[in-house]
Design a protein around this ligand. Structure first.
Ligand SMILES: Nc1ncnc2c1ncn2[C@@H]1O[C@H](COP(=O)(O)OP(=O)(O)O)[C@@H](O)[C@H]1O
Ligand SMILES: [Mg+2]
Length: 326
């Protein structure tokens, strides 16, 4: 059985994959442009818009593409000279359809296991185990050409983990799936990532990456935009808090006026007549805020350090890039 223990924290600080100054060109197009990134163990999101270079980076790491410059190391292996050894250690779920349509899932996954060196009996047993894990039931005996996109995605995942690799590349694993299928796929990714494995998941969907990845590498136009622990990336600026209050509009207006004397009001967003969220800088632990609220008949719903979503991180990174003249 493919065992992915729940609840273990993924990720030590050692890097599982390192790219240094990697450039890959397709004729006139520079798909990776001096791309440098260190990928730690754990569940790692490779995030960027379509055409950013995500698939190119994955294929280059597997040694499937030639580098025009730079180097990629997977564990202790070099992608240029040891691509066969890398493929033993690595699982790959490609973005596009890669399944032989005229086989059933058990045969196909067992066949791919045999190609990676497993004996016939073991490969059949293992095929059943990984198909159980991804949730392909009796349909496993039907020809793949009769499968829905969601089922094909699951078989693609099954073949990627059949040889129990320590590093897994999943290229847009939820692509083409309906909302329920996406949930199931993200749950599988989370379960695999909570075992000892490193899972690199490419996606252009911020919310997905934010939900399943402990570390994020943001790429755009073949360049590294930002990389870091998800929690650190979404942490807001030091000393900036978000305050949500309720009260009648006059009380809120007076309160916001009084707050302005106390600290800096960076942003004010109304959420209906009676509720308002403020972004504040320099209000400290909030004691004065609570006191003022009590005096002014305003109810404090929450007061907490600012957190960004990845979209905001993305936008800020781009803004910074522009102001640096990149
Ligand atoms: N085989 C190829 N031939 C020519 N251009 C390619 C090829 N593969 C990728 N590209 C180009 O390289 C850039 C990066 O592509 P890709 O890595 O597929 O991006 P992503 O996976 O982030 O959507 C795009 O401009 C794409 O059109
Ligand atoms: Mg792609």
């Amino acid at each position: 059985m493919f065992v992915a223990p729940e609840g273990e924290s993924a990720g030590s600080q050692s890097f599982h994959l390192s790219a240094k100054n990697v450039t890959v060109r397709f004729g006139e197009v520079t798909a990776l442009d001096h791309f440098t990134a260190n990928v730690p163990r754990g569940t790692v999101g490779l995030l960027g818009p379509n055409g950013a270079g995500k698939s190119t980076f994955i294929k280059a790491s597997l040694g499937l593409l030639e580098l025009d410059d730079g180097s990629i190391r997977v564990g202790s292996l070099d992608s240029r000279h040891q691509s066969l050894a890398i493929r033993d250690e690595v699982g790959y779920m490609p973005e596009h359809d890669c399944l032989l349509q005229s086989m059933n899932a058990v045969e196909l996954v067992a066949y791919l296991a045999q190609i990676s060196g497993m004996g016939r009996r073991d490969s059949m047993q293992r095929s059943h185990e990984v198909l159980d894990f991804v949730g392909i039931d009796e349909e496993r005996y039907r020809l793949i050409k009769s499968y829905s996109t969601g089922m094909k995605q699951k078989v693609k995942l099954a073949q990627a983990i059949v040889h129990d690799p320590s590093l897994l590349f999943l290229d847009e694993p939820t692509s083409g799936m309906d909302p329920q299928g996406r949930e199931e796929m993200l749950d599988l990714v989370r379960r695999i990532g909570s075992s000892e494995k490193t899972v690199i998941v490419s996606s252009h969907i911020l919310q997905e990456v934010e939900r399943v990845c402990d570390y994020v590498v943001i790429i755009s136009s073949g360049k590294l935009i930002r990389a870091g622990e998800t929690l650190a990336l979404v942490a807001g600026e030091e000393g900036v808090h978000s305050l949500t209050i309720r009260g009648d509009s006059k009380a809120i207006a007076d309160y916001v006026g009084a707050l302005g004397e106390l600290c800096e009001v960076l942003r004010k967003t109304g959420e209906g007549d009676r509720q308002t969220t403020l972004l504040l800088r320099g209000c400290g632990d909030g004691r004065a805020i609570f006191r003022l609220a009590a005096e002014g008949g305003v109810q404090v719903r929450s007061y907490r350090p600012e957190t960004l979503d990845l979209e905001e991180v993305f936008l800020r990174a781009f803004k910074r890039g522009e102001s640096n003249g990149n």
